[in-house]
Write a protein that binds this ligand. Structure first.
Ligand code: NDP
Length: 297
């Protein structure tokens, strides 16, 4: 049987003085079992020839503090935080990057000389993936959802020059709070709308699903908007990475829209994280290929 991923050989180390010591990174989340990041990141490490590992850890809310202390004690270079730890981890860190401070959530922690700095690479990853299809500068954007991913996307898109950002969420208070935060921190023009079931899609250059609707195992679910009101000129982006061809992506393409799937954001946010942890720039094509192999895209 062919192994899923061959472990790094010690001869691949970049530090000949410490041939048997790997650089350790990983992820803390729950549930962790369906998160494909480990395969993508280790494919990048192998391609770079780095003696580095990424460990996907199931970490409960009550174990988060110990997990963070453990990573620092073992000399990890850093770790990702995913659901539900992106906000809770902040109280265990020494510092926040400017973006993480504005967004109010951390998905990537860098450990240097025992100091833990919280970063947010989700929004940067989204903007990087978006730029391959369309420059957000000057664009009008509608973001569905007001959770962690929506916050990161709205803030970084506004910092990248989006002209207007409209937040649509089931709880108007959450949408308004995010719209206010983005306007205050970035100077972009923002607005908030309550999510009415079956509502027409507000006119925009870019529509982003930043909710968890359509995520595995509910892969056939789709956001409750009137898809027939989609303008074919609108670029539709989905944060859902599993399944990559979400129903929203398929429905939007059927209506003539250009689309961006969640794999682009997943790869691009990990590229930034790997640069922060290792100082090396990985090849995004290698990472995307590994994800496509896993998902048989
Ligand atoms: P959060 O729990 O912080 O936010 C989820 C958001 O989705 C909330 O605004 C929630 O609204 C909304 N929502 C959930 N169900 C519905 C529904 N039926 N109708 C309308 N809105 C709904 O999660 P995150 O923001 O951290 O993650 C969201 C998704 O983004 C996840 O699927 C995650 O996997 C994905 N993601 C993908 C990344 C990538 O690289 N591709 C990176 C980061 C996240 P309410 O508050 O009303 O419940």
């Amino acid at each position: 049987m062919t192994p899923m991923s061959s472990p790094l050989h010690p001869s691949e180390t970049t530090n000949p003085d410490q041939p048997f010591l790997s650089l350790i990174t990983g992820s803390f989340s729950t549930p962790a079992g369906g998160n494909p990041t480990v395969a993508m990141v280790e494919a990048a490490y192998r391609d770079l020839g780095l003696a580095a590992r990424y460990v996907n850890c199931e970490v409960s809310t009550s174990a988060l503090a110990d997990a963070v202390r453990g990573a620092a004690a073992m000399g990890w270079a850093g770790f990702n935080c995913s659901l539900p730890h992106k906000v809770a981890v902040i109280e265990h860190l020494d510092d926040l990057s400017p973006a993480a401070r504005i967004i109010g959530a951390v998905n990537c922690v860098v450990i240097r000389h025992g100091r833990l700095t919280g970063e947010n690479t989700d929004g940067k990853g989204f903007v990087e993936a978006l730029r391959r299809a369309q420059d957000p500068a000057g664009a009008s954007m509608v973001v569905l959802g007001a959770g962690g991913a929506a916050r990161a996307i709205a803030v970084e898109s506004a910092l990248a020059g989006a002209a207007t950002v409209t937040i649509v969420a089931r709880h108007l208070a959450a949408a308004s709070a995010l719209a206010h935060r983005v306007a205050e921190q970035t100077g972009a023009a923002t607005s908030a709308l309550p999510w009415e079931p079956g509502m027409p899609v507000p006119a925009a250059d870019i529509l982003v699903n930043a909710t968890s609707v359509g995520m595995h195992p509910d892969g056939e679910a789709v956001v409750d908007i009137d898809l027939d009101s989609l303008d074919p000129a609108t670029l539709v982006a989905d944060v859902i990475a599993n399944p990559p061809r979400s129903r929203l992506i398929r429905e939007a393409e059927l209506r003539g829209c250009r689309t961006i799937d969640g794999l682009g954001m997943l790869v691009a946010q990990a590229v930034v994280a790997i640069e922060l942890w290792t100082g090396c720039t990985p090849d995004p094509a290698v990472m995307r290929t590994e994800l496509e192999r896993i998902f048989s895209v």
